[in-house]
Design a protein around this ligand. Structure first.
Ligand SMILES: Nc1ncnc2c1ncn2[C@@H]1O[C@H](COP(=O)(O)OP(=O)(O)O)[C@@H](O)[C@H]1O
Ligand SMILES: [Mg+2]
Length: 242
């Protein structure tokens, strides 16, 4: 299987009160193309830092992140920004929508920023597929959290990304909307061959994941191929035992 992201020796150091510590500690990982990879681990274990560093949002202190034939952090800042806009999509726990813009303007913003042509029929088709077409002229504040997250999914899908990064995409959702968001991300993989990488605390993500990375203290403690939720819970508990 082809590799969407190849990460080698990635370290991210921060300073807290003058003391240096490693939020990501010498991580090597390959993310296979067109799979759903779930990153789990305790709060503060470095999940978000790992993900932002894999996704071009945070330059690591050292190490290599390759996608396609590009070394991500060898690109100039403007080339990296352009690459992200064309190839990557992002979904966040707080949806990341702009309050002043309508749904239509929110979901087309990354494409407009990249100077890409927008097919209005495709906008409607994507929104119909995600059951938000009726909200195209509304602003995010008029919508429920679950609907706002589907708008964020539409924005990501519209850009036809190769790789979609999601940080706790179901973290603020009730169980019904969380299930819906999980199945949307699974469909991005199955129907659109998008590589999806998601940080989550939601054990139900394990059921639909191809791979689960368990993070602890900035390291990948386990890299599991389609584990059961029970296996993941067992390994997580074992790793926190004294
Ligand atoms: N910009 C930053 N400056 C200093 N410390 C940070 C910064 N971002 C994250 N950290 C620290 O790095 C560690 C990992 O954080 P994070 O990646 O957000 O963990 P997680 O997503 O697993 O909860 C935490 O101790 C956090 O406080
Ligand atoms: Mg986090």
């Amino acid at each position: 299987m082809a590799t969407a992201i190849q990460c080698r020796g990635m370290t991210v150091a921060f300073e807290n009160a003058g003391e240096k510590f490693l939020a990501v500690d010498a991580v090597d990982v390959d993310i296979p193309e067109a799979t759903l990879t779930v990153i789990m681990g305790p709060s503060g274990s470095g999940k978000t830092t790992l993900m932002t560093s894999l996704s071009g949002l945070h330059t690591p202190t050292s190490g290599s992140v390759r996608t396609g034939d590009r070394e991500l952090y060898a690109l100039s800042p403007s080339a990296l920004a352009d690459f992200r806009l064309r190839r990557f999509g992002y979904i966040f726990q707080d949806y990341g929508l702009l309050a002043a813009l309508t749904v239509r303007d929110n979901i087309t913003l990354p494409m407009r920023a990249a100077g890409r042509a927008i097919d209005p029929q495709r906008v409607v088709a994507v929104c119909e597929d995600l059951d938000i077409a009726q909200y195209l002229d509304h602003t995010p504040e008029e919508l429920s959290g679950g609907t706002q997250q589907r708008v964020a999914c539409a924005r990501a899908l519209l850009g036809e990304p190769d790789i979609l990064f999601a940080d706790e995409p179901t973290g603020a959702l009730d169980s019904g909307n969380a299930r819906r968001a999980r199945s949307i991300l699974r469909r991005f993989v199955d129907d659109h061959a998008i590589t999806v990488l998601t940080v989550t605390h939601d054990p139900q993500f394990v059921e639909i994941a191809d791979r689960v990375l368990l993070i602890r203290d900035g390291r990948i403690e386990h890299n599991l191929d389609a584990p059961t939720a029970a296996e993941v819970i067992e390994l997580s508990e074992r790793s926190v035992a004294p």
